[in-house]
Design a protein around this ligand. Structure first.
Ligand SMILES: O=P(O)(O)O[C@H]1O[C@H](CO)[C@@H](O)[C@H]1O
Ligand SMILES: O=c1cc[nH]c(=O)[nH]1
Length: 235
């Protein structure tokens, strides 16, 4: 086991889905995977392995924010040799033409993350999705007739902030589609260790217009996002 994951070697698949919410990991395992077992309960950050369309797949909660996902991604790569890491998360929309329930594929991410500033000093590193995973997810989403967006998301260290209106206006001007809290860390670590990473995000609310999803709509969109991620993973 690693410091935060109580799995044995071989328990975790080469390909893993990464929701922020550990209960979303449980939901995915119970509703989408077959032959499932739980390999992690440390800190309540559930991890499961099962099969999807015959292929071994794992799903692991990461918690919220860059420091938390960085712990799980580091351990999944260094202790369990995971190769393909697909975040399945939620985000808030910024642009007017991005709607709640849209699914965003993050081709890249901008950030205010202090962790990347420490790593890169004065350099503006551009965290990037794995092209093959992105293409597979895009093709899957198009086949399913989903409202898909591909582009830049903003990974923030803060969910609440004093300068929110000014920041949103700036991000809108520069065509950032949505705001969330983990993608930059996932893409940066995947690049460092030569792994494949992608963030698939459901728009759960519109930060500018205040539009929100109902619980039922959220569930449907989550299911669509999870199917996009799983089908891309087994293609
Ligand atoms: O739904 P998840 O995957 O947790 O993602 C989003 O939701 C959390 C904030 O509520 C942050 O983790 C943000 O990135
Ligand atoms: O507004 C939101 C919604 C989801 N996740 C965020 O970080 N912000």
């Amino acid at each position: 086991m690693s410091v935060h994951i109580g799995a044995n070697k071989g328990d975790i698949a080469d390909t893993i889905l990464l929701p922020g919410d550990p209960l979303r990991a449980k939901y995915i395992a119970e509703n989408f995977l077959e032959n499932v077992f739980c390999y992690n309960e440390v800190r309540g950050m559930y991890g499961y392995t099962g099969t999807y369309k015959g292929k071994k797949i794992s799903v692991q909660g990461t918690g919220m924010g860059v420091p938390s996902i960085s712990i799980y991604v580091n351990e999944l790569i260094q202790s369990y040799d995971v190769q393909n890491l697909i975040r399945v998360g939620t985000c808030g929309a910024i642009k007017k033409n991005v709607k709640v329930r849209d699914v965003i594929l993050a081709s890249t991410s901008s950030t205010d993350s202090q962790m990347n500033r420490v790593v890169f000093g004065g350099i503006d590193y551009a965290p990037t999705a794995d092209f093959e995973l992105l293409k597979k997810a895009y093709d899957t989403g198009v086949e399913k007739g989903l409202s898909l967006r591909v582009g830049n998301v903003f990974t923030s260290d803060s969910f609440y902030r004093d300068n929110m209106p000014e920041m949103l206006e700036l991000l809108d001007t520069y065509n950032v589609l949505g705001i969330e809290m983990e993608t930059t860390a996932l893409y940066t670590l995947a690049a460092k260790y030569n792994r494949h990473a992608l963030s698939v995000l459901t728009v759960s609310d519109h930060i500018v217009t205040g539009e929100e999803t109902t619980a039922e709509e959220r569930q449907t969109t989550f299911n669509e996002m999870i199917e996009v991620a799983l089908d891309a993973a087994v293609k």
